[in-house]
Structure formats: structure tokens, C-alpha cells
Design a protein around this ligand. Structure first.
Ligand SMILES: NC(=O)c1ccc[n+]([C@@H]2O[C@H](COP(=O)([O-])OP(=O)(O)OC[C@H]3O[C@@H](n4cnc5c(N)ncnc54)[C@H](OP(=O)(O)O)[C@@H]3O)[C@@H](O)[C@H]2O)c1
Length: 288
């Protein structure tokens, strides 16, 4: 049996939906069953466990042979994901597939607690005896959901990245397509780290595609990080998340989010990565 931890999130739900398309009924491990039924469908197989509750995780994972793990940005993520790993080991899980960050983030000296946490989680996973696979997707197209009110109301995207800075965006459904196939047959992938993205573009081009698909002008406005930081503070964003955004921007400015790596999507999922146009067309209701 395949289990998915974080099944209600962006990536987790894409994995669950792809597994369903491939004829599987994975066990979705969630904290909120109402949300789970809403986003995964009334027929989804669900077990409830908080990531802080190791006992509940062990109970949920009993009978699972392979587990997919994705959790959100969170300063407690080391404890949370180590709980999942310990529970998986105790429950007899054989393979663990996890979503991580870019190799430029995942470092012991990352200025972002998220980068340091991913590093610590991976070090422990490698030493645990569990058979593992690590996925490093690029910058999510779904991050633009946060821009939806601006796109809808003001016809603008406002972000602290230069308009022409190369960015290899990825739709989380590509991670779903890769992840589901790795879960179905993990043995050939054990010990591998897959980095993958969609086609190289930039935010000016992304805004042009928004204009084209939505049929009205969407302008990309690049702002200095200091200006974006002020807005984040006004909105009450915690310091660790502002630090993470600053780190992401620096990595992007150094070219760390520019590299196009489509081969794992082609070879594992057997198709081309999803384009920005497809992403916007499929989520038109969010932006229109
Ligand atoms: N954003 C990017 O561009 C990007 C790029 C590369 C890698 N990443 C990595 O991708 C990951 C985020 O992926 P995502 O956007 O798919 O995540 P997400 O949408 O935030 O989903 C997180 C999932 O974890 C669950 N969860 C969070 N806290 C929990 C708790 N205490 N107990 C039980 N469940 C809990 C959430 O449940 P609820 O639905 O109930 O909240 C949700 O199902 C991060 O590790 C990030 O570093 C992100």
C-alpha cells in the first residue's frame, strides 16, 4: 500500500490524483478529514494524524510499504518529518519518497531555516536505513496563487524578482506525475535525487501569458526586496519566513532558479512538462 503524508497540500494532492489516474487508491494521511474530502474527493482513503503525533503516525502507516512525504514551510519541519521517518521505520515501511528544496537551499549553512531543516532531514534519512528517493522540484507555478487578488483586481503581478531574470517554473502536477510513478515502482529509484523543472521562462513572459489567456493586460512589476519585505511585515509574516523569502531571492539572483532540467519529467512521467499557459488555462477561475 502507498501512503501520502501532506496529501491535502499543493504537491500531495497532485500525487494522490495521479495515483488515482494510475488505478491506485493511496492512503492519505491528513490532519483535517473535512478538508481532505473536499480536495481529494468523498471516496478518498483517509487516516488522520498530526505530524507532531508519532503514535498516530505509526497507527496510520501500518500496512504501508511506500510513503510519500511533503510538508509545508514550517520551522518545526525537522521534528515533524523525523516523526514520519521514525513512524515509518516502526511500521515497517520500506521506501520513503520526499519532496525537498533546490540544492542551493538545502545546505547546513542556509540563511533560511527551511533550507537548514531540509538538510538535517535528509542527513537523518540517509543514515536511517530506510530506502529513500529525494525530489527537488523547481519554483512552483502555484506560488502565483498568492498574486491572484492583484491579478484579478489590479491587473498586476508584483514580486521582488527582475522581469527578465530566467526562471524555470514547474507545475506541482509534474511533481505529482514523477512522484506517483516512483511510488508505484520505487526500487529502480532508490538512493536517487531528482532535480526537475519545466521550461525556462521569466516573470515578464509569465505575465504576457496571463494577459493572453485572461484576455486583459496583466503587467509585471518588479520591486526591490526591501519594499516587498515591508509589505510582508505589514501582513504579519513571521521573521523566519521573511528570511526564507530573502534567501529565495538571493538564490534566484545568483541564477539558482534559472536552470532548466526537464529530463526526469520526460523519462519518468513520459511526457513534456506542463507549460505556464496550461497552468493558467487550468486555473483560470482562480485568476479571472
Ligand atoms: N514553493 C516552491 O516554489 C517550492 C519549490 C521547491 C520545493 N518546495 C518545497 O515543497 C514543500 C511544500 O510543498 P507544498 O506547497 O505542496 O506544501 P503545502 O501545500 O503547504 O502542503 C503541506 C501539507 O502538509 C500538511 N501539514 C502541515 N502541517 C501539518 C501538521 N502539523 N500535521 C499534519 N499535516 C500537516 C498540510 O495539511 P493542511 O492542508 O491541513 O494544511 C498539507 O497537506 C516544502 O518542503 C518546500 O520547501 C517548494
Amino acid at each position: 500500500m502507498i501512503a501520502v503524508v501532506g496529501a491535502t497540500g499543493n504537491t500531495g494532492r497532485a500525487v494522490v490524483k495521479e495515483l488515482a489516474r494510475l488505478g491506485q487508491a493511496p492512503l492519505c494521511i491528513v490532519r483535517n478529514p473535512d478538508k481532505a474530502h473536499e480536495v481529494l474527493g468523498a471516496g478518498a482513503r483517509i487516516a488522520v494524524a498530526e505530524l507532531s503525533d508519532r503514535f498516530a503516525l505509526v497507527q496510520a502507516l501500518k500496512g504501508a510499504s511506500t510513503v510519500f512525504v511533503v510538508t509545508g514551510h514550517n520551522p518545526d519541519m525537522v521534528t515533524q518529518q523525523n516523526n514520519v521517518l521514525d513512524a515509518a521505520l516502526e511500521a515497517g515501511v520500506q521506501h520513503l519518497v520526499r519532496v525537498s528544496g533546490s540544492r542551493f537551499f538545502v545546505r547546513p549553512d542556509s540563511p533560511s531555516v527551511i533550507g537548514r531543516s531540509h538538510y538535517a532531514i535528509e542527513e537523518r534519512l540517509r543514515a536511517s536505513g530506510m530506502k529513500w528517493v529525494i525530489l527537488r522540484p523547481g519554483f512552483f507555478m502555484q506560488n502565483t496563487f498568492a498574486q491572484a487578488p492583484l491579478i484579478k483586481n489590479d491587473g498586476k503581478m508584483v514580486l521582488p524578482f527582475p522581469a527578465d531574470l530566467p526562471f524555470a517554473f514547474i507545475d506541482v502536477r509534474d511533481t505529482g506525475a514523477v512522484g506517483a510513478r516512483v511510488l508505484l515502482d520505487p526500487a529502480p529509484h532508490v538512493g536517487k535525487i531528482y532535480e526537475f523543472t519545466g521550461a525556462k521562462s521569466n516573470f515578464a513572459e509569465f505575465a504576457d501569458v496571463f494577459s493572453d489567456v485572461l484576455g486583459r493586460e496583466i503587467t509585471y512589476v518588479a520591486v526591490p526586496f526591501e519594499q516587498a519585505e515591508q509589505v510582508m511585515r505589514t501582513r504579519g509574516m513571521p521573521e523566519w519566513l521573511i528570511d526564507h523569502q530573502r534567501t529565495a531571492r538571493q538564490i534566484a539572483m545568483d541564477g539558482g532558479l534559472s536552470g532548466e532540467t526537464m529530463e526526469p519529467i520526460r523519462s519518468i512521467a513520459g511526457r513534456e512538462p506542463i507549460t505556464t499557459r496550461q497552468f493558467i488555462e487550468d486555473h483560470r477561475a482562480v485568476f479571472a
